[in-house]
Design a protein around this ligand. Structure first.
Ligand code: IMP
Ligand code: MG
Length: 184
């Protein structure tokens, strides 16, 4: 899809496909350097991290393992409660592994901080985080994130894995939606 395919549903493009790709090149180079000679397990958080996992992993110069987890926050509404339920657990045993959690976006940080302590309790050698996007002003908990694509404003964004009501994940760019899409 390109911005024209969105018609008037698109408010504006925040990050183009080219900008995302250029930043992914840099992140991949950093990860390659940091994990040189080690055996990396990348853990993607479904569904949002599908795009960043695919694009980041393909840019690396070492063969990595990829595994997936699906989690959901308890509680209604769009705000994260920090209480998390595992919908799909990892296949891999984390004992002694170097783990890199791959995320689409860090908003309040509550989901990720829960995930971090959950994975750390499984005896890995290390756990780090890579996220394409982060909203620094929305942070409710401090999470130490090793690799950040872009810091963005607190506005709701879609595309590049991120959805509104399960749609727009397949946009190759990140953008904001026109108010009428939300039913306002
Ligand atoms: P939190 O960091 O625990 O608040 O929750 C992060 C999760 O909320 C992400 O993994 C997304 O699934 C979702 N999320 C947060 N901000 C946005 C957004 O702007 N657009 C789409 N989903 C979002
Ligand atoms: Mg996510």
């Amino acid at each position: 899809m390109d911005p024209a395919d969105m018609g008037d549903d698109l408010e504006r493009v925040l990050l183009t496909e080219e900008q995302l790709g250029a930043r992914l090149d840099e992140m991949a180079a950093q990860i390659d350097a940091d994990y040189a000679g080690r055996d990396l397990l990348m853990v993607g958080v479904l569904k949002g991290a599908v795009m960043v996992m695919a694009d980041l992993a393909r840019r690396l110069h070492t063969a990595v393992e990829m595994d997936w987890m699906a989690v959901s926050s308890y509680g209604a509404g769009t705000t994260s409660s920090g209480v998390v339920r595992i919908l799909k657990d990892l296949d891999a045993d984390l004992t002694g592994r170097d783990v890199l959690i791959v995320e689409d976006i860090i908003d309040s940080g509550l989901t990720l901080s829960w995930l971090l302590s959950n994975l750390r309790s499984r005896g890995p050698a290390s756990v780090e985080i890579a996220t394409m996007l982060r909203k620094p002003e929305a942070a409710k908990v401090e999470v130490d994130v090793r690799y950040v694509g872009f810091d963005i404003p607190t506005d709701f964004v879609v595309g590049y894995g991120l959805d509104f009501a399960e749609k727009y994940r397949n946009l190759p760019f990140v953008g904001t939606l026109a108010p009428h899409v939300y039913g306002d």
